[in-house]
Design a protein around this ligand. Structure first.
Ligand code: ZN
Length: 180
């Protein structure tokens, strides 16, 4: 039997900027030291859409992403442009199912235009990298960090995301070295 390899798999959902996805895969690969595959984009599941909220139910999307896993060793990261929510939060930038090994990042609130500001591709990408690193880190069992400069800091507010760096602090880096 072939040995299963740990791998990060990015799944674009709906209309997503492939230029950013490609850059993201390179960044995640160097940060985590594993190869990153990009799957062909999938349609956002209609049944996850809540007509009244006008948002997608992230828990259901995470379940769909889990079905795409080829092996138990894969960590799946979905990227979506649309607005998502779950049972606990009606404003959500990302969501993680640590048991299923799946995570989802939404660009909806990361975009400047959401705040009535001009679009800033570089800033959106930085935010995407930080959120993606944090949730993939969570999939590798790195707990949230109390250091506000660390990428694993649990940043709910856009201000916190912008203030923290894209990298692990020393403690999180060592935690990751133990689990990788
Ligand atoms: Zn840290």
């Amino acid at each position: 039997m072939k040995r299963q390899r740990v791998k990060i798999v990015i799944v674009p959902l709906g209309d997503v900027d492939y230029f950013q996805i490609n850059k993201l895969s390179t960044t995640l690969s160097s940060r985590f030291g594993y190869s990153v595959d990009i799957l062909q984009g999938i349609k956002i599941p209609n049944e996850a859409y809540d007509l009244i909220k006008g948002q997608y139910f992230s828990t259901m999307i995470l379940q769909k992403l889990e079905l795409l896993k080829a092996t138990d060793k894969e960590r799946i990261l979905g990227v979506i442009e649309d607005d998502i929510y779950n049972a606990r939060h009606h404003v959500l930038v990302s969501d993680v199912d640590a048991v299923g090994g799946t995570a989802l990042v939404s660009l909806f609130h990361l975009k400047q235009q959401f705040y009535g500001l001009p679009d800033d591709e570089k800033l959106i990408y930085q935010r995407l990298v930080k959120e993606a690193t944090r949730v993939v880190g969570a999939l590798f069992s790195i707990p949230y960090c109390r250091n506000p400069k660390c990428v694993m800091y649990n940043s709910d507010e856009m201000f916190d995301i912008d203030e923290k760096s894209e990298k692990f602090c020393d403690i999180c880096r060592r935690t990751y070295m133990k689990v990788m």
